[in-house]
Design a protein around this ligand. Structure first.
Ligand code: M6R
Length: 609
């Protein structure tokens, strides 16, 4: 949700900032802008649209200067336009600011500033920061002005600020929006996440809420807003440049789908002991005694991550015998949820920065619950704020649609189920069986991926339909929702997920020959029920695309099209069933000429509530 980049060093800032914006474009892509300090003051260029539009605007112009900031936007206040693009300046164009987050009291601050004769040029909340700094720095040192401004601001921010009167410096501040700094050789790169940093250095510092850093070429100083020094530690990244590129695939999404045999392997490698039928999760070891006392589990997440939680609910109740509920993170914090120190809250998030999920973690902590994270991005806020957790190790997920992160969340959820279960009633034999089957999942995913051409054929047959229903039951009920999310977000086609048993209570009325149903119906404990459901749809003239278990000849007789997945344990079928649905949505999007990696109106990381 908005990407920020900043550079200070010996090199020309402009190309580095533009490249950084390209890496961060998945966070928001409705407008972009850049400010660089040079001997004439601050050069600013901004443009509605993609980073490419900004580049076109700058054109052949040589932009001098080694200190600058840049931004790619996902609009919250004010429509995407040149004037609402960041960076925003003060009245005299001495100060330039990029902001990720929401300033909740901006109206009040704007009124105060207008009374002081400040002239605003945009409709954004962010512009107030530049004017507040202008106002306060009339009477005090610039850094103190930053502190004073931050004391007044209510809301969330990741900020990077430059000032032409102090040209050898960038000031950054964080409250609720991610900010990380790469430490290079005589240079520093600030960014909303590490994808803009990996090509420059693997040494980073993650800023925490309430921190302000003053960065020069010679070093940096981190304080709180009361100017008290804070010592920061340096982390070494293990994400490489290659891992964040397309590697010969047409889209990041396709690359990420095809990475899944490897990413599932990475998410389970070294994390189980086969002979003991148990999971060995280093990130949970510090809280293992508390886990033993857990009597209730609440899983929170948003979008696809919440759906991984729904699969987890089935796993944990069946195999660990712990009452489990799943909630939208954004609803959880507004409900009067009944949780205490015997509750474990599991927060699932690819980015580890989703504002709603983070707020749910904080709320649960407040109530004394044990908070656990299933997170992909190492060092992200949720990873740091939860009491313990397990990284999914899926590597950078760049496409806005979540694919490999989702299946790794399911794999990790399986291990967590074994861990909790083996502390309770799960037998050695059951634990061993789950682990044995989980271990075979990467090879089974490879088999599904080898059928990509068949899935493309199915997509070609259906890509012009305007409505789809996705159906599933028990473990695959959440997968029906996941299939629908993928199709909606990538193609903008209307797609709804249903628990298949619900059809006869209303939704089946919509079904006719123009409303295809994607039915997730592997050979599992609810197969017969699903089979009847498919026949009910067929009896009403509906079309059915079935996701079925290899060798299911009966299904081929009744469904219009069948995509097969290998046989596995029922609890693991969601991992396999998700893959053809990802490929189907991908091909549908390509056939409909949509922007696969950057669907309209969306952002990869939703850091505002
Ligand atoms: O980073 P998170 O996993 O917390 O993100 C949660 C959702 O925004 C995300 O899963 C979203 O639904 C995906 N774009 C769906 O593909």
């Amino acid at each position: 949700m908005c990407g920020i980049v900043g550079y200070i060093g010996q090199k020309k800032a402009c190309p580095i900032l533009i490249e950084g914006l390209r890496q961060l474009e998945y966070r928001g892509y409705d407008s972009a802008g850049i400010s660089v300090i040079n001997e004439n003051g601050i050069f600013t260029a901004k443009s509605a649209g993609r980073v490419q539009e900004l580049e076109n605007k700058i054109g052949e112009k040589e932009v001098f200067g080694e200190v600058g900031i840049a931004h790619t936007r996902w609009a919250t206040h004010g429509k995407p336009s040149d004037k609402n693009s960041h960076p925003h300046g003060d009245c005299k164009n001495n100060i330039s600011v990029v902001h990720n987050g929401i300033i909740e009291n901006y109206r009040e601050l704007k009124d105060f500033l207008i009374k002081k004769k400040h002239k605003f040029s945009s409709e954004t909340d962010s512009e107030v920061v530049a004017h507040l700094l202008e106002e306060f720095s009339k009477k005090m040192d610039f850094k103190l002005a930053v502190f004073e401004a931050l004391k007044l601001i209510k809301g969330t921010y990741g900020l990077a600020i430059i000032n032409s009167r102090e040209p050898e410096k960038i000031i950054v501040a964080r409250n609720g929006s991610p900010l990380v700094m790469g430490i290079g050789d005589g240079e520093y790169i600030i960014a909303s996440d590490t994808s803009a940093i990996v090509r420059h250095t693997d040494k980073v510092i993650y800023f925490d809420d309430g921190e302000v850093a003053e960065i020069t070429r010679d070093g940096f100083n981190v304080t709180n807003i009361r100017n008290k020094n804070i010592k920061k530690s340096i982390t070494t990244l293990d994400w490489t440049v290659e891992k964040s590129q397309k590697g010969g695939f047409d889209h990041f999404m396709l690359k990420e789908i095809f990475e899944q045999p490897e990413t599932i392997f990475n998410s389970i490698r070294g994390r189980y002991i086969s002979t003991e039928g148990n999971a060995k999760l280093g990130g949970m070891e510090g809280v293992i005694d508390r886990i033993r006392k857990v009597e209730k589990i609440v899983i929170v997440g948003c979008g696809t991550a919440r759906l991984a939680g729904m699969v987890g609910e089935y796993m944990l109740e069946e195999y660990a015998g712990i009452p489990t509920e799943v909630d939208y993170a954004h609803e959880f914090r507004y409900r009067k949820s009944v949780i205490d120190e015997k509750t474990a809250l599991i927060a699932i998030s690819q980015s580890g920065e989703t504002a709603d999920t983070l707020a749910a973690v904080r709320e649960a902590k407040e109530k004394g619950a044990l908070t656990l994270g299933i997170v992909n991005v190492v060092g992200s806020t949720i990873a740091r704020e939860t009491d313990a957790g397990v990284y999914t190790h899926s590597g950078p997920e760049i496409a806005v649609a979540s694919t490999k992160a989702f299946t790794s969340q399911l794999a990790v959820m399986t291990l967590i189920t074994v861990l909790f279960g083996r502390q309770r009633q799960m037998s050695l034999v059951t634990g061993q069986r789950i682990i044995r089957e989980l271990d075979q999942i990467p090879a089974k995913i490879k088999k599904i991926l080898s059928d990509n051409k068949e899935i493309l054929k199915v997509a070609k047959k259906y890509h012009q339909y305007e409505n789809f229903a996705y159906l599933g039951r028990k473990y695959n009920h959440p997968i029906a929702f996941e299939g629908a999310i993928k199709l909606k977000e990538l193609t903008y086609i209307h797609a709804e997920g249903f628990a298949s048993g619900e059809m006869k209570h209303g939704p089946i009325a919509m079904i006719d020959g123009n409303f295809p149903c994607v039915f997730v119906a592997p050979r599992d404990s609810v197969y017969e029920k699903n089979f009847s459901g498919i026949q009910e749809i067929k009896a009403r003239g509906g079309k059915v695309i079935a996701i079925a278990t290899v060798g299911d000849k009966e299904m081929a007789k009744v469904a219009d099209d069948v995509i097969y997945i290998p046989k596995t344990l029922e609890m693991l079928t969601p991992i396999l069933a998700a893959i053809p649905l990802q490929l189907f949505a991908y091909h549908m999007a390509v056939l409909n000429k949509k922007d696969v990696d950057k669907p309209r109106n969306l952002a990869k990381s939703v850091t505002v509530e």
